[in-house]
Design a protein around this ligand. Structure first.
Ligand code: SF4
Ligand code: SF4
Length: 184
């Protein structure tokens, strides 16, 4: 990977490093994971209406489903809010427990959050969720440092309220030459 030359380039390269780490260290582990995130016992799955309709195999209209949900007769694991739906505390209907895999793995219907998890980009940083047992934060930090090259340094900090969320912030050693020039 060539060294990034702009903020956008850095974010792109960081996301590429996150994706390659997941391919190398996370995806294969899902088959033997002791606490699969897809059981939704600790994770909340964010879904749009189309995903809810397909996953729960609904044949009613959205308005009818929303009315059913509001009256307490909908799937108890689903909550609605801000035009989206949130599933929690029951195994995701798309999860194949026998094979330990996602039935919609390569399909467009798969929620974006599932593809990003457990390492995702946030500007000039990566966020890693250590609830995923396949993530080794030191290994990931070294992976990112190797991908970006010696011009960058990577620092770790855990979220104060949710310490299993660790940010890997990336800074150019000696500061950003463009921002230094801008202050002159
Ligand atoms: S927690 Fe991590 S290893 Fe386990 S199923 Fe989820 S992504 Fe895969
Ligand atoms: S859609 Fe697939 S990856 Fe996402 S929670 Fe369900 S089974 Fe897991």
């Amino acid at each position: 990977m060539s060294p990034p030359t702009s903020r956008q380039g850095l974010a792109t390269n960081l996301q590429a490093a996150a994706d390659s780490y997941q391919r190398a260290h996370v995806i294969e582990h899902c088959a033997v994971c002791a606490k699969p995130c897809c059981r939704l016992d600790t994770h909340v799955l964010e879904l749009n209406w189309k995903q809810v309709k397909v996953f729960w195999q609904l044949d009613e209209s959205r308005a009818a489903f929303d009315r059913r949900l509001a009256s307490g007769k909908g799937p108890e694991e689903i909550r609605a809010g801000d035009g989206l739906y949130f599933a929690h505390r029951k195994v995701c209907p798309a999860y194949d427990e026998a094979q330990h895999c996602c039935r919609v793995y390569d399909q467009a219907i798969k929620p974006t959050g599932c593809s990003d998890y457990p390492v995702y980009g946030d500007g000039n940083a990566l966020i890693a969720d250590l609830r995923c047992e396949a993530v080794d934060i030191d290994e990931l930090a070294a992976w990112v440092a190797r991908a970006l090259g010696p011009a960058f340094r990577v620092t770790q900090s855990a979220d104060r309220d949710f310490p299993f969320l660790v940010t890997l912030a990336v800074k150019r050693r000696g500061g950003d030459p463009k921002s230094r020039a801008g202050r002159r």
